[in-house]
Write a protein that binds this ligand. Structure first.
Ligand code: PMP
Length: 316
């Protein structure tokens, strides 16, 4: 779908996956004016297909579009388009429990612009890909390297939206960390280099006793849909849940640490290394992380009834 001159979007078309043409003058190529989203379609034990909270992703894309001066589809247009694409790709949604269909919407400045300015036209497109969980749920614990100097986002910047340009600046440190055997990098705040922010593609929580905590998003951390859902589920399960700045010292003293995101689901963290000091956290059975993991997985996979209106069924 391409935006009209008044910033609205008309109906798009379903086309087979393939390369697209792009104007070399487009603002996405020249200035990185673009956003992406990530969602998953799950198959239930009875074979139906459902998508987890697509309206939340639509709203997040709208917030990002506002920040980057792009036209964006309405929430209804976004969700309808996602459903159309999933419907056309039903045969690629893996059987229950065997993986998911990852859904990747993109919104980018595609119109021709020569000066450094936002594009006059925006393109919205969606593609899908069947995947297994990036970190295979809690079966593979993460070992994180806490980066002491490079932040992921700056106050007043775009860390709070899914700006495509947020991701390539951390490729280098993540690659270096992986080469040393770490699973990923945990970034600290840009001002004091003291407070825990997020991992390169997921939010981070700590567990201390029966309290779970995560940093307030405050414009530098992506407001994850999984993060928001876990904060609510934790309260429903009787835990305390808070959004509070977490210093790296408090982080290293946590009982448990876990990451949340559409791709990673909920992944427990077995260790974190900060300034060459390695700390281990509790993982496995009988953890708060496991309880939260099983609760959200049950909802997403259709094992538990959805009484919160979180799932978009494909037959509607
Ligand atoms: N932080 C970053 C930087 C991310 O890229 C993601 C993945 N979208 C998340 C957090 C988690 O967000 P969500 O739960 O909406 O997938």
């Amino acid at each position: 779908m391409k935006s009209n001159p008044d910033g609205t979007f008309s109906d798009g078309a379903l086309v087979p996956f393939g390369t697209i043409e792009i104007n070399p003058h487009s603002s996405v190529l020249n200035y990185g004016q673009g956003l992406f989203e990530g969602m998953k379609a799950y198959r239930t034990p009875t074979g139906e297909v459902q998508i987890f909270r697509p309206e939340e992703n639509a709203i997040r894309m709208q917030m990002g579009a506002e920040r980057l001066l792009m036209a964006s589809p309405t929430v209804d247009q976004y969700v309808d388009a996602v459903k159309q694409v999933v419907r056309a790709n039903m045969r690629w949604v893996p059987p229950h429990g065997k993986g998911t269909l990852y859904i990747r919407p993109l919104l980018f400045g595609s119109g021709s612009v020569m000066g450094i300015a936002p594009a006059p036209q925006t393109t919205f497109l969606i593609f899908t890909n069947p995947i297994a969980n990036a970190y295979k749920g809690t079966s593979t614990s993460l070992s994180l390297l806490v980066h002491h100097s490079l932040p992921r986002a700056f106050p007043g910047g775009t860390g709070g939206i899914k700006n495509i340009s947020n991701y390539s600046p951390v490729f280098q440190v993540v690659k270096e960390a992986k080469a040393k055997g770490f699973s990923d990098v945990l970034f600290l705040d840009a001002v004091e280099h003291k407070y825990v922010e997020e991992v390169s593609s997921c939010n981070v929580f700590i567990v201390k006793g029966d309290k779970i905590s995560t940093s307030p998003t405050a414009g530098t951390i992506l407001p994850g849909v999984t993060r928001k859902s876990i904060l609510q589920l934790a309260l429903e399960l009787g835990y305390q849940a808070e959004e509070i700045r977490i210093s790296v010292d408090e982080f290293l003293e946590a009982d448990e640490v876990f990451c949340t995101g559409t791709a990673v689901g909920i992944s427990d963290v077995c260790s974190a290394t900060y300034m060459d000091k390695k700390v281990e956290f509790k993982t496995g059975e009988n953890t708060v992380t496991r309880k939260l993991f099983e609760t959200i997985r049950g909802i997403q996979n259709g094992l538990t009834e959805d009484n919160r209106g979180w799932l978009a069924a494909m037959h509607t």
